[in-house]
Design a protein around this ligand. Sequence first.
Ligand code: NAP
Length: 279
Amino acid sequence: MNIGIVGLGLIGGSLGLDLRQVGFKVLGVSRHQHTCELAIARGVADDASVAFSLLAAADIVFICTPIASIVPTVKIIIPHLSPATILTDVGSVKTPVVEAITPIWSNFVGGHPMAGTTQSGIDAAQRQLFAGRPYVLTPVASTLPASLQTLCEIARSLQARVYHCSPSDHDRAVALISHLPVMVSASLIDACMVDPAVLKLVQQLASSGFRDTSRVGGGNPELGLMMAQYNRPELLRSLHNYRHSLDQMISHIQQEDWTALARILQQTQLARSQFTDFE
Ligand code: NAP
């Protein structure tokens, strides 16, 4: 089976490395010729080009461009695809992508491999990026069951944990566990810079706790901006909920209600273990 990948960066490049490893032929398309040459040299793709015509031989195409380019890219590649091609994407927000593509390519299944690093571009591509990570597929009523099944099997071949949900549930969930943390972490860094009298000392004393809590807020600004622009209603909902939690904490501390504060901290200590597999 031939797999086309459009956008040979961190996600597209990492997909190419693993898909070739498990036996697929990978046809890569990217914006820059240099990236295509690197893709072949590094084993990301069997063949790569800036020309979308390469995708004519693909059975499945993964769109791995930045979110803003996903829908425009699909519109450009459609004339080059064979009618049976399964199209999927890897964008971090699903509702606007699925709503725009489903009417123009019925054999489309939205997807989101939930793995990444702070790096970007083909130099950041790595093997096994998706192993043990969630890979969410977001079928809608018109999704062909066979196409969904094919993509499930491909995601499992990457050793990912595959989940299905609606595009809107996906966006609501990732607002809470991915997009809200970026905004909270960025606000934390911002808040630590308000007191010039101790700024230097604050920077010198920052250690592992600050490293962990500031990591996602200190990442690529373009990604954070795209989360806010493309998942705006759900991000706002989660920010309002978060502000409510903060207000409660402020109130307990102002009133020296240590019992109430302790109750919250005990609940969050217990709750955290149910969210994650990262320890
Ligand atoms: P990235 O490293 O910047 O890679 C995107 C690549 O796409 C660029 O390197 C660029 O390659 C190419 N490109 C850009 N515009 C293009 C276009 N119009 N046509 C063809 N190629 C184009 O970004 P990424 O982190 O892999 O993210 C890609 C997608 O994955 C996004 O939709 C994002 O939401 C999603 N995602 C990201 C993460 C994460 O943590 N980073 C996690 C899950 C999902 P050239 O060198 O050729 O310009």
